[in-house]
Design a protein around this ligand. Sequence first.
Ligand SMILES: Cc1cc2nc3c(=O)[nH]c(=O)nc-3n(C[C@H](O)[C@H](O)[C@H](O)COP(=O)(O)O)c2cc1C
Length: 194
Amino acid sequence: MSTPKIAIVYHSGFGHTAVAAEEVAAGARDAGAVVELLRIQGPGDDFAPLLEKASAADAIVFGSPTYMGDVSAALKAFFEASSKVWATRGWQDKLAAGFTNSLSMGGDKSNTLGSIFTLAMQHGMIWVGTGLPPGNANGNSTSAPEAVNRLSYSTGLATQSDNASPEVTPPAGDRETARLFGARIVETARKLIR
Ligand SMILES: Cc1cc2nc3c(=O)[nH]c(=O)nc-3n(C[C@H](O)[C@H](O)[C@H](O)COP(=O)(O)O)c2cc1C
């Protein structure tokens, strides 16, 4: 059986979404995948190398901070650049998944995940959600910082950070949720490429 290849394409203006990306990568690596962490610096990047690396993966995970209730301009610019791949159906039937981090507990993160989902569907990709029950399912308070899936998202990974250093926020529960999400994407990829 070949080793699943996972590309994580993400933007992070201030380092918090980068923490989520690194935890997704750690979960995916622990599950046996080869992982490419592809960080977008800004909307003016040359996206050709990222598109090429993403195109070599079995699964592409897209991540963005939630800015003004949606993906950042930098990830949106990457999405528009991906129209070249769309034209040749280059990502057809690859796995796709999404994650976002924001300051508020809600903060309209659902809309950000919706934008990522739409991009994935335009490309003909196959969507992987968290596969996790809500954070309160095991008796925890949903908002307890150590609770897995404390924000209770199913469509994609949602993490929350306070206005503090990425070294301390998002909290432990969100980091663990991200690792479980990375592992789930690999397990799903393994089923498809068997
Ligand atoms: C331009 C801008 C818009 C933002 N809009 C939202 C928002 O709609 N909802 C929210 O909860 N937080 C919002 N925030 C807060 C960010 O989501 C939060 O600071 C997050 O940690 C940023 O992630 P990053 O460190 O990866 O850039 C916004 C921040 C900026 C700079």
